[in-house]
Design a binder for this molecule. Structure first.
Ligand code: NAD
Length: 344
């Protein structure tokens, strides 16, 4: 794939999408964002442009709108698609599963139909380690680890989308698909201009920490202190969002020659406990975080982290940033964001 080529980035105004768009531009690609702003704010676009130093092509619209997709594919000669657009809140998906099945499955199906119509064959799909469910035995999972039972309708949408794509590739072998199974993305762009900004109370731990440290939320609750781990708290593989963005560039490079469907874990390969993450955060911010232990949460996986050897060997991708980098960048983003809010 030549680097001047146009890439459609659905959900490109969101957390991971925005960082990936910056990386695409830095690598010489021309990204075109399609986002309906259901979980992003239009103000992110000028901030992205400030980092990129150039205007960004952006279309406001819904991936479920096949007419809009057709117009977009007619207007631009896309060489590939990165499909981020989806709903992702685990708790909300339990309360409102149909909303999740409708958006996450139908948007992929519409996209695949239009890609086929316009003979666009390369697709990088945002999957998740949630497809492993609660791994039996091993906690370091590679891509051969048996897929599990996801713990939420959101998780099921990822597993179902993977199956839809597997079937689509069987029916149309020209389709070249990569699943990137993300572990736990955290952090922000080192400029502090963009980062994770959840609507309402955050579902993810690091935005919860930054909002607690800045006084927006009163206290962080750590769910469970008696798990069979060294400090009793759950262990995850936290990956810097900029490393995750890099993985998408490697995935596009990997698709520069014809490939069979490929699956890659995108994580650091190291497990970090919740208490270790808090310690890293306190060190980065230089002040103690107000937190307490609460009871275990139903459905929480005790310990899971990635074997990301395959991504290193086959697409030459490796995480290079640390958890300390991620918490430092997230804190910088939180402070910038609040300063901008106060100015406006
Ligand atoms: N953040 C994580 O922890 C995580 C982990 C594993 C996988 N993922 C997956 O990665 C992808 C990106 O996640 P994120 O954290 O950046 O989420 P996000 O909510 O910040 O970004 C998703 C973007 O898609 C947009 N969107 C949603 N439905 C749309 C539709 N029908 N049409 C157009 N735009 C639509 C939203 O407005 C948002 O900007 C998602 O598919 C998510 O499931 C995320």
């Amino acid at each position: 794939m030549k680097k001047t080529e146009k890439i459609l980035v659905t959900g490109g105004a969101g957390y991971i999408g925005s960082h990936t768009v910056i990386e695409l531009i830095e690598q010489g690609y021309t990204p075109v964002i399609l986002d309906n702003f259901s979980n992003a704010h239009p103000s992110v676009i000028p901030l992205m442009e400030a980092i990129a130093g150039e205007p960004i092509l952006m279309v406001q619209g819904d991936c479920n709108d096949s007419e809009l997709l057709r117009n977009l594919f007619s207007e631009h000669d896309f060489s590939g698609v990165i499909h981020f657009a989806a709903f992702k809140a685990v708790g909300e998906s339990v309360a409102n599963p149909l909303k999740y099945y409708q958006n996450n499955l139908f948007s992929l199906i519409q996209l695949l139909r239009v890609m086929e119509e316009f003979k666009v064959t390369k697709l990088v799909f945002s999957s998740s380690c949630t497809v492993y469910g609660t791994p039996v035995g091993a906690t370091k999972v590679d891509e051969q680890t048996q897929l599990g039972v996801p713990n939420s309708p959101y998780g099921w949408t990822k597993l179902m989308c993977e199956q839809i794509l597997r079937d689509a590739v069987i029916a149309n072998p020209k389709l070249q698909v990569i699943f990137l199974r993300y572990f736990n993305p955290i952090g922000a762009h080192p400029s502090g201009k963009i980062g994770e900004f959840p609507q309402g109370v955050p579902n993810n731990i690091l935005p919860y920490m930054t909002q607690t440290a800045s006084g927006i939320l009163p206290q962080l609750t750590v769910y469970g202190n008696d798990y069979p781990t060294p400090d009793g708290t759950c262990i995850r593989d936290y990956i810097h969002v900029c490393d995750l963005a890099d993985a998408h560039i490697c995935a596009l490079d990997y698709l520069s020659v014809p490939r069979e469907l490929a699956v890659f874990n995108i994580g650091t390969g190291t497990g970090v406990s919740v208490l270790e993450l808090i310690a890293a955060f306190e060190q980065a911010t230089g002040k103690p975080l107000n937190w307490k232990f609460g009871p275990r949460r139903v459905g929480d996986v005790v310990k899971i982290y990635a074997d990301a050897q395959s991504a290193a060997e086959k697409m030459n991708w490796k995480a290079t940033r640390t958890v300390n980098d991620a918490v430092r960048d997230a804190w910088k983003w939180e402070q910038n964001r609040l300063a901008n809010e106060n100015r406006n």
